[in-house]
Design a protein around this ligand. Structure first.
Ligand SMILES: [Zn+2]
Length: 122
């Protein structure tokens, strides 16, 4: 079998449209291997099959959602324990879920309680 300019043009067209080598082979009446071999010789960019590409896209779409930390600030009261100096650029509030009726999370409520408790037994 020979590759006329016309057939090569069609191969390039179908290839760029993302058809599988088998499908292009069916249309050009050549084997799938002939399509792959010709595409390789033409230097056409190899691309994943549509099925693989779909899976990759799904994976890529799912990943960011999983890596996003849970936003606790938007749900209910959050701990407003200040971390660092308010004048510092890295100053931030704790942000953990606060205890019911308290401005701090359990850990910081305890710290606040201990820090503000008057010293005794000195
Ligand atoms: Zn806290």
């Amino acid at each position: 079998m020979s590759w006329s300019d016309e057939r090569i043009a069609e191969l390039k067209q179908l290839w760029s449209e993302g058809h599988s080598a088998a499908e292009i082979g069916r249309r050009l009446e050549v084997s799938k291997n002939a399509v792959i071999g010709k595409a390789h010789r033409l230097g056409l960019p190899s691309r994943p099959s549509p099925i693989k590409r779909e899976r990759l896209t799904a994976k890529r779409a799912a990943k960011p959602a999983m890596s996003i930390p849970p936003k606790q600030k938007s749900k209910g009261p959050s701990c407003c324990w200040p971390n660092g100096d308010p004048g510092d650029v890295d100053f931030y509030f704790c942000g953990k879920p606060a205890m019911a009726g308290k401005p701090y999370c359990e850990e910081h409520y305890e710290r606040a309680y201990i820090l503000t408790r008057p010293k005794s037994g000195d």
